[in-house]
Design a protein around this ligand. Sequence first.
Ligand SMILES: *Cc1c(COP(=O)(O)O)cnc(C)c1O
Length: 270
Amino acid sequence: MSATSVTGTSHERHGRYPQALTVEDFRRNLAAVQARIDAACRRVGRDPAGVRLLPVSKTKPEASLRLAHAAGCRLLGENKVQEAHHKWEAMQDLGDLRWSVIGHLQTNKAKLVARFASEFQALDSLRLAETLDRRLQLEGRTLDVFVQVNTSEEASKYGLAPDDVAAFIRELPRFPALRVRGLMTLALFSDDTERVRACFVRLRGLRDRLRQDAPDGIGLEELSMGMSGDFEIAIEEGATVVRVGQAIFGARDTPDSHYWPDAGDAVSAP
Ligand SMILES: *Cc1c(COP(=O)(O)O)cnc(C)c1O
């Protein structure tokens, strides 16, 4: 796939995503992203039904999330658990809105996630797995989880080193309230498409190897990879979940470096 594809990254275009201000804006943006997903699937002979779009609403106000809901979004991704929890509390009236926590979680905030999240995509320690499992059992809930892998090996990115994932996965059957779905990664923030693609290729290779002798009950079907600037490349390399914020909601005021300390450097590097 890599050799024939010309799909590029577009991190440099983040500032150009216009704000979505009406339900119509959300419908149009969702349709445009879905069309790009479909096209990326066609390029590599995949069925678009095998790619789930997770809209990411972090930093956006409640009013904006309500418009997204009105446009059909039923699962929203949030990077920070307290922000997600506040939004969950404020939007209880919607009834059918579910939450995916996609950012690093400190163990002392596991009880919040256990209370309201449907999905958690940044599992990266056994201590966190243990605390989440205990809290979930107290709540009588289960949680879909993705193991976060640091495929770019940047010190600032969270996630397990690729070499540590196999041993980590072997421990997970101890935590029955965690439903392990697959792996998640953030690629390098770079305009160098091939280095970005290499992160996705790495996650897929890891998943394919681990799947061969995954413990009973541990599903490793899912690959959560790709965001506004690089989701088409991720799909070409096997993504089953793409986490897209700005291309749906509009540009964020907060720079990416607020979330990933060296992101700005990687993007502006020559
Ligand atoms: C913010 C975020 C995204 C989405 O990024 P966009 O550039 O808004 O598409 C994806 N994944 C994670 C973990 C995030 O924190």
